[in-house]
Design a protein around this ligand. Sequence first.
Ligand code: ADP
Length: 483
Amino acid sequence: MLKLRDQSLLETRAYVNGEWVENGKTFDVINPATGEVVAKVTDLSAEEVSTTIDHAYQAQKSWKKLTGKERGALLRRWYDLMVENVDDLGTIVCAEMGKPLPEAKGEVLYGASFIEWFAEEAKRIYGDVIPGHQQDKRIVVLKQPIGVVGSITPWNFPNAMIARKVAPALAVGCSFVARPAELTPLSANAMAVLAERAGIPAGVFNVVPSSDSSGVGQELCANEKVSKVTFTGSTRVGKILMQQCADTIKKLSLELGGNAPFLVFDDADLDAAVDGAMIAKYRNGGQTCVCANRIYVQAGVYEAFAEKLAAKVQSLKLGDGFEEGVTTGPLINQAAVDKVEQHVSDAVHKGAQVMVGGKPHELGHTFFEPTILTDVTTDMVVAREETFGPVAPLFKFETEEEVVALANDSEFGLAGYFYSRDIARVWRVAEEMETGMVGINTGLISTEMAPFGGIKQSGLGREGSKYGVEDFLEMKYLCFGEI
Ligand code: ADP
């Protein structure tokens, strides 16, 4: 069994209305680095999720009445507990998801930072006063919590993807039903243990692990007591949820797939660009929605960039995330390996060269060698689809105009990155890039202080920053007459 300092954080039951519940059914959580079963977790049905929603609906009635300061104080306590327990929470992330332990702890602190941020923002849900349109009229705008929020999150950040959603929701007075990815429910449960300890009232935060992703998804979308669904995952599933929400005109936030372009211009600081590419490409084994998926390098620096990048990639150490010095864990499952292999073989078949890696690693399981492909062209699958693995395809370009068109030739628009030291070019390219987020001379852009989100088919809404509360608020206009 997974050893923790505080063993009570390894919770396998569901958390419904402040109770830890079982129903006799479970599903397995597998450690991708070893193939071993980490735990058997309670498997709720869609009907049981419906009951949970009833509890969340009741709980929200009193939760919304607390002052922002009171809710903020509880969130702050939750944040403190997450930070105090970062070692155990990181261990759980590493075991169920596979990322190296230091990176797993980094994720926990990143997730916690959203709880800290929105604990502070809870006090700042400002409305508005608008001059009356007639002499006896006054206009006031209230911002009110939307109600019960249903959340569906992926496995690549088992802690942080939930934290980013639950923190603003609770801060403004919503209650929350979290359906974690079936591959990584233990982190969600551990967060609930700490939420309970922090004093978040029963029914305000619920965790409903389930292997029935589509059944639970349908319930969350169709249930009239849920006022909002927030989802992070693939564009494919995002479209299904959007259709399912149509019947109840349910509000939706979607953080979907990306196909991030990463541009290196001739005038870039090449070493900085290589460091940025290492983070933007190989962080989390290439399994983030903001990972650089297409790396475009200007002809004059193409060879030099490729060589510098190869030297760094060769120094990555693959292995079990609990081992000292490991920088890169396994991919999440065999399907992920199959996809990466298909992308590499398609590219090679169409003329790309494998400069580094290119195949499953000798460690077995779902380990895949960090890979660099050169001579990559736009007819290859890697140009169009998100690889979600440690493969850097290097495209060569000649002009700024050409590369901006290439970068924007995608139905996705989440993150984009570029390296240049020419201030006029920096402005031009930043303004032209069709993405919700742009990293300029940096490969790491995520922070609780900035609005994270995409345009085009990469999503709706923003998480983090002062804008992050808006997705969980309704606006109500009051017209006062006879004054
Ligand atoms: P990923 O490729 O990151 O796994 P998915 O979109 O497949 O992205 O999964 C993201 C989350 O959506 C996971 O928790 C998954 O279980 C869930 N999911 C998958 N299919 C559906 C569906 N039809 N309805 C609701 N949730 C779903």
